[in-house]
Design a protein around this ligand. Structure first.
Ligand code: F6P
Length: 361
């Protein structure tokens, strides 16, 4: 009989609930018990946020977006925000997490999250916590797994949006500039842009030249195609330039950078250079919501069940990872070694170029 605690941390992504269901049901099958720590590690700091997860709690949640456990990207126990008389301060609560883990008699901690959660998990591993990671992010930028769950749904949402925008672009003979998520990696922009036949795709990995972008759109104009679709990842930047941010401030001792606005900038520049009517929109958190696609549901369920098998096999300090057709165990230290950017010789990049899509270079 084992007792597992599971949490979801960082930005939400479609498929989190399916992972939780996978963990809970496969643990119950083995006669084990599962608890959920709400809002990342909060349940291991304050037991009011620890919930027992039984069959009923995970019934009918496979297809639901969000997470029944809640999540936060401000819950690092090593820099935990604590309310004081002078506002919020950060405190190291890692000892409390370790003590409570023991006090409640847990045998394993399953941390579902992105690079931040895997980093925190690795720090706890070094302090002796038996951690298993499950990779989540719509950005698909975690290395050593072919894909993270949430990504396929985000790409599907972006592709559907681009499909819908085509009609307005064509009807009004406009350039529609669509900003999608992708902080350091342009996977969402690239995959949705190619699938939805965008004319231009701008990703963080390829700093762009706006003249090249306009040249492509004007070439189309000469062919009688008087409209265009431009997809821009939020982290894309012009050659020699910077990322565009909504705000950048020190919050609780951490540099918090909110990206946004590159789509609008690009639209304005295209208008200035070409004189074309341009509109921009930001898909934003729409890409993180909704029902996970079949691919993401299945992957999430597989990840959740594999995490419990790893507990059974004592594979602590590992992240479950997709290496088709298998789910393999990747040491947490390898999972956080780098950000998985789009390689410039990636096949989808080559496909985009072969299709005549401008990548801004
Ligand atoms: O990591 C996923 C992501 O969607 C990034 O692409 C984006 O920059 C970030 O989350 C925004 O997160 P939030 O608005 O929740 O702080």
């Amino acid at each position: 009989m084992k007792k597992i605690v599971v949490s979801t941390g960082g930005g939400d992504a479609p498929g989190l609930n399916a992972v939780i269901r996978g963990v809970v049901l496969s643990a119950i099958q083995r006669g084990w018990e599962v608890y959920g720590s709400r809002f990342g590690y909060r349940g291991l700091i304050d037991s009011d946020y620890l919930v027992h997860l039984d069959r009923d709690k995970v019934r009918g949640i496979t297809h639901l977006g969000g997470t029944i456990l809640g999540t936060t990207n401000k819950g690092d126990p090593f820099q935990y925000p604590v309310k004081t008389r002078d506002g919020f301060q950060t405190m190291d609560m890692s000892d409390k997490v370790l003590q409570n883990f023991k006090r409640f008699g847990f045998d394993a901690f399953i941390s579902i999250g992105g690079d931040g959660s895997m980093r925190i998990g690795h720090k706890f591993l070094e302090l002796g916590l038996p951690v298993i990671g499950v990779p989540k992010t719509i950005d698909n930028d975690l290395c050593n797994t072919v894909i993270t769950f949430g990504f396929d749904t985000a790409v599907t949402t972006a592709t559907e949006a681009l499909d819908k925008l085509h009609s307005t672009a064509e009807a009004h003979e406009r350039i529609m500039v669509v900003e999608v998520m992708g902080r350091y990696a342009g996977w969402i922009a690239l995959n949705s842009g190619v699938s939805a036949t965008a004319d231009v795709i701008l990703i963080p990995e390829i700093p762009f030249d706006i003249e090249k972008v306009c040249q492509k759109l004007m070439e189309r104009e000469l062919q009688g195609r008087r409209f265009g679709i431009v997809v821009v990842a939020e982290g894309a930047m012009p050659r020699g330039g910077q990322m565009t941010t909504v705000s950048s401030e020190i919050e609780l001792g951490r540099q918090e950078i909110h990206l946004g606005g590159i789509g609008e900038k690009v639209a304005l520049e295209i208008h200035t250079i070409t004189g074309k009517d341009c509109r921009s929109l930001v898909l934003g958190h729409l890409q993180r919501g909704g029902c996970p696609t079949t691919f993401d549901r299945l992957l999430a369920l597989r990840f959740g069940c594999a995490a419990v098998r790893f507990v059974e096999q004592g594979k602590f300090g590992h992240m479950v990872a997709l290496d088709p057709p298998e789910i393999k165990a990747v040491p947490l230290k390898d999972a956080i070694e780098r950000t998985k950017l789009v390689p410039l010789d990636n096949d989808t990049i080559m496909t985009a170029r072969d299709l005549g899509i401008c990548l801004g270079d």
